[in-house]
Design a protein around this ligand. Structure first.
Ligand code: FES
Length: 148
């Protein structure tokens, strides 16, 4: 018998893959109440990724409050040379005037030595090259601005 904590199921159509981690699910029911054509706990498999457009499925998966459901676009995964990305790939990127590149979302960052780091929430990448914690901003850009 499978250990429930190790179960990860993937359901793919041509464009996307929905990932389900049952041990994370808090049974909020948003998925199958809002989009029963795709998420139906009475069916096996319970996720039918052909039941709606990929865009609509992605929209619904984003509402999952526990993170038990996530998705990735298959093309995006190919671009990572097959490394798995099971987080939502959408991020918000903002250039702070005179400061860092602020990224809000789940990202996978590979440095020049091929070290992979996964970040979630906000990540600030230094653009001024003065940080003592490259590639991340440490606030040193503020000293450049004020000349201190
Ligand atoms: S942008 Fe903040 S230290 Fe470089």
């Amino acid at each position: 018998m499978e250990n429930k904590e190790e179960i990860v199921r993937e359901y793919s159509n041509k464009e996307m893959t929905v990932v389900w981690k049952p041990h994370v699910c808090i049974h909020a029911k948003y998925c199958w109440q809002d989009l029963p054509e795709v998420f139906n706990p009475n069916n096996r498999p319970w996720v039918n990724v052909h039941g709606a457009s990929s865009e609509r499925i992605a929209q619904q998966v984003k509402k999952c409050p526990s993170g038990a459901l996530s998705y990735f676009y298959n093309e995006a995964q190919k671009e990572t040379n097959g490394k798995e990305i099971h987080e939502t790939c959408e991020v918000d990127v903002q250039a702070i005037p005179g400061g860092p590149l602020l990224i809000n979302g789940n990202i996978s960052f590979t440095d020049e030595n091929s070290n992979l780091t996964r970040k979630s929430g906000k990540t600030a990448f230094c653009r001024c090259r003065q940080s003592n914690n490259l590639p991340y901003c440490d606030g040193s850009h503020l000293e450049i601005k004020t000349g201190n």
